[in-house]
Write a protein that binds this ligand. Structure first.
Ligand code: TYD
Length: 145
């Protein structure tokens, strides 16, 4: 039986308050699969040296789940479920924004020197992206409500 997805909702996107070990020698934050993210971590990548004014993202994923963290500096993540949009400002290395599958995202407002760390639930696969916003809206509109 093919699995029938329900439509995505911004309610499924969550700010995760990660553990922070305070230490006068410097703070430490850790992330464990299944504990702080509800998926096995299969890939880690990071965006850095982003020139001022640039925009990243601009796509959704068919299946991929992610946790996005501003490990240095700050940036905004605009999320969109095909019905509504919400802007998050990430500026702490101990907060992660969890995104389930089928959420359109755009990242902008990068501060100088910022680093965007992304934990992902699967290896990179271009055929898993939806890079056209209208195609994204058609995809989520076709799911039963
Ligand atoms: P993309 O995911 O579009 O970047 P962003 O959403 O951050 O703006 O990826 C940009 C390019 O990098 C694209 O050609 C695919 C490649 N890429 C990989 O090869 N492996 C990866 O894990 C990622 C995230 C991207």
């Amino acid at each position: 039986m093919p699995r029938i997805d329900s439509p995505p909702s911004l309610d499924q996107c969550k700010l995760v308050d990660l553990p922070k070990i305070h230490d006068p020698r410097g703070n430490l934050t850790f992330i464990e699969s299944g504990q702080h993210v509800p998926f096995p971590i299969e890939r880690v990548y990071y965006l850095y040296d982003v020139p001022g004014g640039e925009v990243r993202g601009g796509h959704a994923h068919k299946e991929l789940q992610q946790l996005i963290i501003a490990v240095n500096g700050s940036f905004d993540v605009v999320i969109d479920d095909g019905r509504e949009r919400q802007r998050f400002h990430l500026n702490r290395s101990y907060f992660g924004l969890y995104l389930p599958k089928l959420i359109w995202r755009e990242l902008d407002n990068f501060s100088s020197g910022s680093v965007c760390l992304v934990l992902a639930s699967a290896h990179y696969a271009e055929n898993e992206y939806i890079r056209d916003y209208r195609e994204f809206c058609r995809t989520v509109d076709a799911l039963p409500r």
